[in-house]
Design a protein around this ligand. Structure first.
Ligand code: TMP
Ligand code: ZN
Length: 430
């Protein structure tokens, strides 16, 4: 094992602090025919590199395997769509307008914004609307990229790396490519990247001298403090602190530095947004970065991962006691939101169709498939009104408020709504 962040490779550099058993890939959605085939499972045991504090899984699965047909569409959550719109507007206001920018770009080809893992174009469309001259996305999953292309957002179907960055910067292929970017966005992608150094070097290659990289990634501290073990699945290879990213940036992938950081506790169970620039750029480091560093240092001293290792089995007990208590009083329980974290939790807890016959989800690409590892059928939210379950277990607890308000409109028979909160299952009447 070699640490993805700092390249440590000693036997004693890693600590396996948590065991989530063996599980199939969380984003695998099976067809009815595939239910009859054997399922490949992989160990799910995250490790902490004690040198740079990066929590990681070994890359047992190739990214091609994960992203050839990816069932995740960023536009499914209104909360996330609104978060992204605000983010785009802020980036335009702070980094793509104003005097400094005009001076630097006098006579240039116009502003360039690049998004890595641009998904269905949920974010880039705001830059096009905002009049940014050149905008393009890089997205490895063709089925998702096609949605963006249909919306008129130029999208390269590829994995980002230092090699791709050089190729795109030097490309003379039309207006869209070529040149360095004023803003690069990389949201919810860093955790998926097997070769972190190549990715970070790629950012450096692609970034204009005074440009800004904006990265959003789940924050390990929120994951651990919120006991969100469902967020740990094979497609998430790394779990970051600001500390581990800064460590990686000063190592082989040097040249960039973090100059600002923001916290979004409500996004994906707790997200940090980092702003990076070239080491020599004029962006001053904010006080927020120093405060964040000090919070992380204090937190690490409290040895939080010792406690976290006990969470999966506590959650399993809570899930079983919740489902059995509902069964005893003959309540009909269904799921809502076939998120990857739902697959992790249900598959780890051994919940199958006998306890939860189906899960409703708004994503058409997931309909009539089966949640990998659980064999539970995924169907449209119309099933709720047709079958009127007594209890709806929301399996995407990170969107609980948005989903509750949607269910209030749809379910006039006032079912109960349940959701996971750390190692507890909470329930209330709609
Ligand atoms: P995520 O937690 O990885 O964003 O996945 C959320 C899943 O829940 C995804 O499959 C979309 C689904 N979903 C709904 O079906 N309805 C909703 O209102 C929301 C917010 C999500
Ligand atoms: Zn390390």
């Amino acid at each position: 094992m070699i640490c993805r962040g700092c390249h440590a490779n000693g036997e004693h550099d890693f600590w396996e602090f948590c065991d989530l058993g063996v599980q199939p890939l969380a984003n695998t959605l099976l067809t009815k025919d595939q239910l009859l085939e054997p399922v490949t499972t992989y160990p799910l045991r995250p490790m902490l590199c004690e040198k740079c504090m990066l929590v990681q899984l070994p890359d047992l699965v190739s990214p091609e395997q994960t992203f050839s047909d990816y069932p995740y569409f960023s536009s499914q959550s209104a909360t996330y769509v609104e978060h992204s719109r605000q983010h785009a507007d802020d980036l335009i206001k702070h980094f793509l307008m104003g005097e400094a920018w005009r001076r630097e770009h006098a006579g240039g080809e116009g502003r360039l914004v690049v998004e890595i893992a641009s998904n269905d174009g949920y974010m880039l469309r705001h830059f096009i609307r905002g009049g940014i001259e050149r905008v393009y996305g890089i997205e490895p999953a063709r089925n998702v990229a096609d949605h963006a292309t249909k919306r008129g957002i130029p999208t390269f179907v590829d994995f980002f790396s230092s090699v791709l960055a050089s190729k795109l910067v030097e490309s003379k292929d039309g207006l869209v490519t070529g040149g360095r970017a004023d803003v690069i966005i990389a949201n919810n992608v860093l955790a998926h990247v097997p070769n972190l150094s190549s990715f970070l070097v790629g950012l450096r290659i692609m970034l204009a001298p005074e440009g800004v990289v904006s990265i959003e990634v789940p924050w390990l501290k929120d994951l651990v403090d919120g006991d969100e073990c469902g967020t740990i699945y094979h497609e998430h290879l790394s779990y970051f602190l600001l500390h581990s990213i800064e460590y990686a940036l000063t190592g082989q992938a040097g040249g960039l530095r973090v100059f600002d950081v923001e916290h979004f506790p409500e996004i994906h169970g707790g997200t940090m947004r980092l702003y990076l620039c070239h080491g020599s750029a004029q962006h001053e480091q904010t006080e927020r970065v120093r405060e964040w560093q000090s919070v992380e240092r204090g937190w690490l001293v409290s040895a939080p991962l010792h406690h976290f290792g006990r969470q999966p089995s506590a959650l399993k007990q809570a899930v079983w006691s919740f489902l059995l208590s509902q069964k005893v009083i003959d309540r009909y329980v269904c799921g809502y939101g076939a998120a990857a974290k739902a697959a992790t939790v249900l598959s780890y807890c051994g919940v199958g169709p006998e306890l939860m016959p189906w899960i409703a989800d708004t994503t058409p690409a997931k309909w009539d498939r089966y949640l990998g590892g659980t064999q539970i059928h995924i169907t449209t939210p119309l099933a709720l009104t047709e079958r009127r379950p007594d209890v709806i277990w929301v399996l995407a607890p990170n969107w609980i408020e948005e989903i509750k308000s949607k269910l209030r409109d749809q379910c006039d028979w006032h079912p109960h709504v349940a959701w996971q909160d750390g190692t507890e299952i909470r329930m209330e009447r709609l």
